[in-house]
Design a protein around this ligand. Structure first.
Ligand code: NAD
Length: 451
């Protein structure tokens, strides 16, 4: 189903809940505010309003940027191992292809829904524009709990999803990548399914692939490496020695795990890390290498036995006193209901959309510096872009070259954002959006509106 028109407003305000209008009345204002605050697409649009006001953006451009170009919703029927048929729902959204083909991950999660994917696609547009990559913003996902599927069910799901969205993706159209609960193997199945349909190998259709089939060195660790380069640049501005800083990380997957490893090796004290079932805390710091090998055996942190480590439930992780807090799990983790309790100097957004606009205001008043997702976690899309170029040219770079180019792009973007934030007396988030949106606005003006 191709959907270009926005749904009616009632559905847009509470689209992710099964709550009826009557129940909303019963919940009262506080609950209503939170539901509206945590709808990711509402949040993405609110961010555009805030920045548009700040930069005096033309109303027409604002209207244009608040809509996604197209959304595809597909049904994915899968024959399960026991012979049953299950139907899953999948999405691929292009927010903007004004500056180039769409780029954005595919996530598998039971929480995936159209509004979440639209928001994530919108943030991808800003991210690519902020880094000045010739790419637009897209995102995809399947509403599924992948831990409940066998490997062969997961493969069938991925291949059927790829077949359903095949006309929406391609090296010149939209290039997917890994996101929550997807990784190199899933990208390999997507690349193979796409190539089989086209009759030739087309590695450039996805990034984050295994190196043996056209992936790039450094891609798997790129988001963590990018977080580090941006944090290092900020610490220099603040005259802060990273060594010895106390760090708390929510999420211990690709992003959280990689930044934990880098900061641990740089001498930071990682005092807490968490996964979906809660986290571990140690005042003197955790042994990250030990925890990463535990995680790599498909085990959760809650089951790790160490008498010196204390278990911390998820709701308390973000409240721990530390110097740098890194939310690296999912969106909507820092909201108006817990922002007041944060006790840190810096929030470095590893996840996409972890902080709501209302929480942003609270953190700002508390003097906490927030390094926004579109800058902080942009290392992933940056090396994805390098992978895409390497595939097209069939010429592969060394890890040194990848890291050097990644650092250059991110540190330059950080400098631009930092200088603008000082010049205009705005937060790093608003400055990042101002740069990204002005590039988009210029591109729209130059291309004009078809027809
Ligand atoms: P992942 O699946 O590898 O890891 C996610 C981690 O978060 C896991 O440890 C999981 O247990 C934990 N988690 C999930 N739900 C949680 C919850 N409700 N509360 C606490 N922890 C929870 O995913 P990832 O690739 O590391 O992505 C994490 C975030 O970073 C997402 O927001 C993603 O969009 C963003 N991101 C990822 C990349 C990338 O290259 N992978 C790039 C940019 C941004």
């Amino acid at each position: 189903m191709l959907e270009n028109k926005e749904k009616d407003q009632t559905k847009l305000i509470y689209p992710n809940t099964s709550i009826s209008t009557n129940e909303i009345e019963v919940y009262g204002k506080e609950k209503r505010d939170l539901l509206s605050e945590t709808n990711p697409f509402e949040m993405a649009k609110k961010q555009i309003d805030i920045v548009a006001r700040e930069m005096g953006l033309n109303d027409n451009i604002k209207k244009y940027l608040k809509r996604v170009e197209r959304s595809l919703i597909v049904s994915i029927p899968i024959e399960m191992d026991d012979g049953r048929i299950e139907i899953f729902e999948g999405y691929r959204v292009h927010h903007s292809t004004i500056r180039g083909p769409g780029k954005g991950g595919i996530r598998y999660s039971i929480k995936v829904n159209l509004d979440e994917v639209k928001a994530l696609a919108t943030w991808m547009t800003w991210k690519c524009s902020l880094l000045n990559l010739p790419l637009g913003g897209a995102k995809g996902g399947v509403c599924v709990d992948p831990t409940k599927l066998s490997k062969s069910e997961l493969e069938r799901l991925t291949r059927r999803f790829t077949a359903e969205i095949i006309n929406f993706i391609g090296p010149d159209i939209d290039i997917p990548a890994p996101d929550v609960n997807t990784g190199p193997q899933i990208m390999a199945w997507i690349m193979d399914t796409y190539s089989m349909h086209k009759g030739r190998a087309i590695p450039g259709v996805v990034t984050g692939k295994p190196i043996e089939i056209g992936g790039s060195v450094g891609r798997e660790t790129a988001t963590g490496a990018g977080l580090f380069f941006v944090l290092e640049a900020l610490c220099k501005k603040m005259n802060l020695d990273l060594k010895g800083q106390r760090i708390v990380i929510q999420g211990f997957g690709n992003v959280g795990g990689n930044i934990a490893k880098i900061l641990y090796e740089k001498g930071c004290k990682i005092i807490a890390v968490s996964d979906i079932y809660g986290g571990l805390y140690a005042k003197e710091g955790l042994d990250i290498n030990e925890l990463l090998s535990w995680r790599d055996k498909n085990k959760y942190l809650k089951d790790f036995q160490n008498i010196g480590y204390k278990f911390v439930p998820n709701e308390d992780i973000l409240k721990l006193k530390c110097d740098i807090l890194i939310p690296a799990a999912i969106e909507n983790q820092i909201t108006q209901s817990n922002a007041e309790n944060l006790d840190c100097k810096i929030v470095l957004e590893g996840a996409n959309g972890p902080t709501t606009p209302k929480a942003d205001d609270i953190l700002d008043k508390k003097g906490i510096i927030v390094v926004p997702d579109i800058l902080a976690n942009a290392g992933g899309v940056c090396v994805s872009y390098f992978e895409y170029i390497q595939d097209i040219h069939s010429y592969f770079w060394t890890l040194d070259r990848i890291n050097q180019e990644l650092k250059n792009i991110l540190v330059n973007a950080f400098e631009d954002v930092y200088n603008l934030s000082k010049e205009k007396h705005v937060s790093l988030r608003i400055a990042s959006y101002m740069i990204a949106i002005s590039r988009l606005a210029k591109a729209i003006e130059l291309r004009g509106i078809f027809p």
